[in-house]
Design a protein around this ligand. Structure first.
Ligand SMILES: Cc1cc2nc3c(=O)[nH]c(=O)nc-3n(C[C@H](O)[C@H](O)[C@H](O)COP(=O)(O)O)c2cc1C
Length: 363
């Protein structure tokens, strides 16, 4: 019996073996605070490849030091960082999976203590002060995210530099051998801050109308596309709604996605929220309708993410045309072999998916 979950997908020159993808997930594992990948990253990302995932998207990776959420994030603003990622890319390829990287600027949600803080301190997701090693953050307007430090409103020169930093990081990603690049336009980080009226109060050509609020994202997309050329897929992650009155709406996201279609983006990874505290109706597959609406209204291929937990649930999302790939975050943290388990559960026979030494466990 064939299943869409195990149907390869082709985006530009890349064919991915299946549609069970790993979304970007910050590890806060760079103990040396230098943005350089460690053994943890090799084992963490390598295990998803060994476990049968189609494509793995490496966690939010800062395009500048100030573009990191915390000082334990990965970075890609220098060549040493590129060279540390290359062996991870090679190992993932050796296991038959594809690998991408999420390029990110954290904006006003930067200079945080790593999410879980130092053990026992409970400081996660609060500002790391400059005297503790933190930094001044950048945003569309000098409006702080809930309870954290007030950012500096970006000037035109900051925006030019930010676009340049995305381009330079994308070049390094391509040189390290990554198969695709995802631009982080979600979760209240810089590009989402520009898209959302809750954080963007500018009166220049980057604020006000949706066209203006989307200008920085589209500049980044165009510049990155020019740098990486036509063969490599370019993805964007969006928060489809802020879930708040006066915030970014699904209708606006649909329009932004239409522009992304015209600007050579190949797939939109549809998430939500993160730019201000909101009541989100969390439950199994809760963001799937957002991916479905974006796909139906724009024709853009979509990724669905958010509490996708079971093989049959994942298959059904694809079968009903709501998305082109499914991304499973926390379920893959619990079981990096989810794809192998899904193949067993759906009676999908593919000996090549299973590492040779594991075949005796899958009879
Ligand atoms: C530990 C952890 C780290 C995360 N880091 C990122 C990130 O770097 N970039 C991002 O866009 N989303 C990040 N997310 C969100 C996930 O990519 C995903 O969208 C979210 O967990 C919902 O999917 P799930 O219910 O399958 O986990 C993170 C989630 C977790 C659990």
């Amino acid at each position: 019996m064939s299943h869409l979950l195990f149907d390869p997908i082709t985006l530009r020159d890349l064919t991915v073996r299946n549609r069970i993808w790993v979304p970007p997930m910050c590890q806060y594992a760079v103990e040396a605070h230098d943005g350089i990948a460690t053994d943890w990253h090799m084992v963490h990302y390598g295990s998803f490849a060994r476990g049968g995932a189609g494509a793995i998207i490496v966690e939010a990776t800062g395009v500048t030091p100030e573009g990191r959420i915390s000082d334990k994030d990965l970075g890609l603003w220098n060549d040493e960082q590129r060279d540390a990622l290359a062996p991870i890319v090679d190992f993932v390829h050796s296991q038959g999976a594809a690998i991408g990287i999420q390029l990110a600027h954290a904006g006003r949600k930067g200079s945080f203590w790593p999410e879980w803080g130092e053990w026992g301190t409970g400081r996660g997701h609060t500002t790391m002060a400059i005297e503790d090693g933190g930094w001044e953050t950048l945003a569309p307007s000098a409006v702080p995210f809930d309870g954290v430090a007030t950012p500096r409103a970006a000037e035109e020169a900051d925006l030019d530099a930010t676009v340049g930093a995305f381009v330079a990081s994308a070049r390094r990603a391509a040189d390290a051998g990554f198969d695709l690049v995802e631009i982080h336009g979600a979760h209240g980080y810089l590009l989402h801050e520009f898209l959302s009226p809750l954080s963007n109060q500018r009166t220049d050509s980057y604020g006000g109308s949706l066209e203006n609020r989307a200008r920085l994202l589209l500049r980044v997309v165009d510049a990155v596309r020019t740098e990486i050329g036509d063969s490599m897929p370019l993805l964007v992650r969006l928060s489809a709604t802020d879930w708040l009155e006066g915030g970014l709406t699904l209708e606006e996201t649909i329009q932004v996605t239409r522009w992304l279609t015209e600007h050579s983006v190949d797939l939109v990874d549809v998430s939500s929220g993160g730019n201000a505290p909101a009541e989100i109706p969390v439950g199994p597959g809760y963001q799937v309708p957002l991916a479905a609406a974006v796909r139906a209204e724009t024709g853009m291929p979509t990724g669905a993410v958010g509490l996708i937990l079971e093989p049959a649930q994942a298959e059904q999302i694809l079968l009903t045309g709501q998305a082109d790939v499914v991304l499973l975050g926390r379920e893959l943290l619990r079981d990096p072999n989810f794809a192998l388990r899904a193949a067993d559960a759906l009676h999908h026979e593919d000996p090549d998916l299973i590492p040779m030494a594991y075949h005796r466990a899958h009879r």
